[in-house]
Design a protein around this ligand. Structure first.
Ligand code: BTN
Length: 270
């Protein structure tokens, strides 16, 4: 199978370039934008050799996993662009639902997995990290922001020794290829990008995201670099901040950090 856009993505004007292997689809997408690319363009590969993760971490994507970035240049403020990550999480969750249904039809003994969304934009499978999303933005001209949304999914293999337990689709009994998943993702992205509508539709994205949120109302610990902030995960606000209610009742908005729930939250996870 080869990587291809779905019909809705094609008719919405998306283009696609696929690579056998590449350092980082996000790095390539930013380089293209600096060189004049305006998008919307998908760059996709089944293997990255220098994948980038959140908070300056590496993202390991061995051959067979999915790494894809979509780039476009738009006139939005950076804080508004940051909310596009929630649309990306939702799009990936919908794509995963669609391909798992197909996989179950092909192989009825495959398992039924629950996908949830973890702030800011991870997708979990059965509570384990299945994918990561890295949003990067850079001004390429006056009021012209290159926005790159990079999505990595553990299809055939999950990394070991990560701060969170990780999952891969094949180990969950969901036997799909990166190509099939990408086709579904390109369709779901075209839908949710249109709902997001340069930030005007973030209210609706937020509503749908909260319906699938992991750990809502539960004890949470957030690491931002210094001492962990502990409390209860109340909601996300209309700018995408995580709202933590601390023991003394204060509502603290968090713009960035690593989130831990459950036992890891109460122990102030490392
Ligand atoms: C995270 O740390 O959770 C985010 C990981 C994002 C990885 C994806 S894979 C496609 C794109 N290219 C990259 O170099 N990173 C993102």
């Amino acid at each position: 199978m080869v990587f291809a856009l779905g019909p809705a993505a094609r008719s919405a004007g998306y283009r696609l370039e696929a690579f056998e292997s590449i350092g980082s689809t996000n790095a390539e997408a930013l380089a293209r934008a600096r060189a004049g690319e305006r998008g919307p363009l998908w760059l996709v590969t089944p293997q990255q050799t220098a994948g980038r993760g959140r908070r300056d971490r590496a993202w390991i994507s061995p051959r067979g996993n999915l790494a894809a970035s979509v780039v476009e240049v738009i006139d939005v403020a950076p804080p508004v662009a940051a909310t596009l990550g929630f649309a990306a999480g939702l799009a990936l969750e919908q794509a995963l639902q669609a391909v798992s249904v197909e996989a179950r039809l092909r192989s009825p003994d495959s398992t039924d997995t629950v996908f949830t969304l973890k702030w800011p934009n991870d997708v979990l499978a059965g509570g384990r990290k299945l994918s990561g999303i890295l949003l990067e933005a850079e001004l390429v001209a006056s009021r012209q922001l290159a926005v790159v949304v990079g999505i990595g999914v553990n299809v055939v293999a999950a990394p070991e020794g990560t701060p969170y337990p990780a999952a891969a689709l094949h180990a969950l009994g969901i036997h799909v290829g990166a190509e099939e998943l990408f086709g579904a993702l390109s369709e779901a992205w075209a839908r949710l990008r249109a709902v997001w509508d340069n930030g005007r539709g973030f209210g609706e994205i937020r509503r749908q995201w909260l319906e699938r949120a992991s750990g809502l109302g539960q004890p949470v610990s957030v690491r931002t670099g210094g001492a962990p902030l502990t409390g209860r995960f109340e909601t996300i606000d209309d700018t995408g901040c995580l709202i933590v209610v601390t023991d003394d009742g204060a509502k603290v908005p968090v713009t960035a950090g690593d989130v831990y729930f459950g036992a890891a939250a109460s122990s102030g996870a490392t």
